[in-house]
Design a protein around this ligand. Sequence first.
Ligand SMILES: NC(=O)c1ccc[n+]([C@@H]2O[C@H](COP(=O)([O-])OP(=O)(O)OC[C@H]3O[C@@H](n4cnc5c(N)ncnc54)[C@H](O)[C@@H]3O)[C@@H](O)[C@H]2O)c1
Length: 362
Amino acid sequence: MKQWRVAILGAGIGAQHLDAFALLPEHFEVTVLCDRDTARAIALAEGCAGIQVEPELQQVLRRTDIDIIDICLPPAMHAPIALQAMAAGKHVICEKPMATSVLEGVQMQRASAEYKRVLNPVFQYRYGHSITQLQALIDADLAGRPLAGACETHWNRTAEYYANPWRGSWAGERGGAIVTHAIHSHDLISRFFGAITQVSAMLDTRVNPIETDDCAALSFATESGALVTSSVTLGAAGDTSRIRLVFDELTVESAREPYAPGQQPWVFQARDTSQQVQVDQCLAAVGEPDPKQQGYAGQFSALAAHLAGEQSDMVSAHDGLRSLELIAAIYESARSGVRMALPLDLSLSICEDWSAGRIVSD
Ligand SMILES: NC(=O)c1ccc[n+]([C@@H]2O[C@H](COP(=O)([O-])OP(=O)(O)OC[C@H]3O[C@@H](n4cnc5c(N)ncnc54)[C@H](O)[C@@H]3O)[C@@H](O)[C@H]2O)c1
């Protein structure tokens, strides 16, 4: 079994990536941690044998002893660094949002194909015991047809959060709560109901004095025909990420925890109460939660399986690109009041710059 050598770029959320790789020593060895804030990187690397701290991104990209570049940098850096890394022969893991425009995402997908390097956008919410249970119910034909869904991304973000210079601005973050927070729930909707095919959006900035959106009311149609609503605010008490998925034979309610809601127990309710026994048997047959299949560790386990040529539910470059198209469509719908169809025509100007759909305050 091959052990892949990883360089993590960025020591913020990179800390959680490092913890997840540590759960998978049979697949990965983190050998470099790169951050221009060397004190932050040194503090993170402390106690981790074999990790070199490097302040210069370009030095890391030039190294020939790295197989995977794991990008945990501010959003505007994702596409340029991913493109350089793939051209240099590295596989790439990339934090969300995969890029800051649809066309950048297209370039990344093309580079992945051209250089035959894996591009693995991060959607770690997809991995967790409850997610595995839902998939088992679907595979056992106990869910039925997707009908409707609702998600709530109700988080609490204050001035302290926006003290980080790239957050809350169009230049730094390229969007607000729909880019940074709700992106995960929207990805889960696509994961279980099929790609989002239509979107209507209202956005506003109501919580903090920032340039970008922090409240949203969205509605989606999906490939399966299911209709979905998504409510977003960064002015809630506490952080709640919750989804309800209604299939015609099964109603599913997620846990509420952000970052990895699939690690907590979900509620699975058969519509026909006489089927609940079968549902419960199917859930029990999934067995006990495996820490290697949860959250970031689950994301990286799927990548390892893919790299080994095994069957894998790895997040693909296509998944990342669809999430970018959805962001562009949301901004355009909010600006124009028009319901947008997906996938987008790539010649639309919003594919180059979705900030054309930004909210202009009175
Ligand atoms: N998947 C999730 O749940 C999740 C959660 C949090 C953050 N994120 C994403 O991860 C990314 C990083 O977010 P964060 O919260 O860790 O941000 P952060 O600002 O805390 O960390 C980014 C790090 O990158 C370093 N950096 C910036 N420019 C650099 C350069 N030129 N060279 C070297 N180092 C440089 C900074 O010094 C900083 O330590 C963002 O895209 C964010 O959206 C994802």
